[in-house]
Write a protein that binds this ligand. Structure first.
Ligand SMILES: C[S@@+](CC[C@H](N)C(=O)[O-])C[C@H]1O[C@@H](n2cnc3c(N)ncnc32)[C@H](O)[C@@H]1O
Length: 203
């Protein structure tokens, strides 16, 4: 039996739950198996979830069905996904932006801004060079450029520099921006992450 506690959404959504609307359109880019898409759908948003992983999207669809929720899924590279301008009340790009090549990130960020409706919210989180996997990537993965590595399963793995994530969204009203470290107990052995997290609103 699937229960809501199995779908604990991202902490950024929990912290700012009171700002999330209960109607409108949501877009979850790099949704994975969709705990955050399902969360937005449960609040009443009409949600599109985009991911390149068939397996992840199948899981999402299964879980949506079990919970009696509807999420529209798109199996494709999020960079290729046509983001309509001024359409979305909430856009999520949680722990997925770092799988794009940095050369695409600035332009993609612009599309995220344009895709928000007036007053729309963007939630975004990435790993930074403070993440311990940055140091293991240096040893174990092929380096493409300064902070970009080739990764077996995700093609690219890019580590954001301090301040970099925020710099792409200067045209939005930044509600919350933080960089830091935390312990992750959610999967495998507990391990540390170095991250940047952002919540911003279109004026
Ligand atoms: C670390 S998971 C995060 C999943 C979810 N956003 C979350 O916060 O739990 C990263 C996801 O991004 C997806 N992904 C990576 N590169 C992608 C791309 N270019 N286009 C779409 N999805 C991508 C992966 O398949 C994976 O499901």
């Amino acid at each position: 039996m699937v229960e809501w506690k199995d779908f604990q959404p991202d902490e950024l959504l929990i912290w700012f739950d009171s700002l999330i609307p209960s109607t409108g359109k949501g877009l979850d880019l790099g949704s994975g198996s969709g705990k955050n898409s399902l969360y937005l759908a449960s609040k009443g948003l009409n949600v599109q979830a985009v991911d390149i992983s068939r397996k992840a999207l199948n899981l999402l669809k299964e879980q949506a069905q079990m919970l009696g929720l509807k999420v529209w899924t798109f199996r494709q590279d999020m960079y290729q996904f046509p983001i309509e301008e001024n359409k979305y009340d909430v856009i999520l790009c949680l722990w997925s932006l770092m799988f794009l090549e940095p050369i695409k990130i600035q332009e993609f960020s612009r599309r995220l801004i344009d895709g928000l409706s007036p007053g729309g919210l963007l939630f975004c989180s990435v790993f930074t060079t403070q993440d311990p996997s940055y140091f293991s990537a240096e040893r174990m993965l092929k380096r493409v450029s300064e902070r970009l590595f080739e990764s077996k399963d995700q093609r690219y793995l890019y580590f954001f520099a301090p301040g970099e994530l925020e710099s792409y969204f200067k045209d939005l009203q930044i509600i919350f921006y933080a960089e830091g470290h935390s312990l992750d107990f959610k999967h495998s052995l507990s391990h540390r992450h170095g991250w940047a997290q952002l919540l911003a609103r279109k004026g």
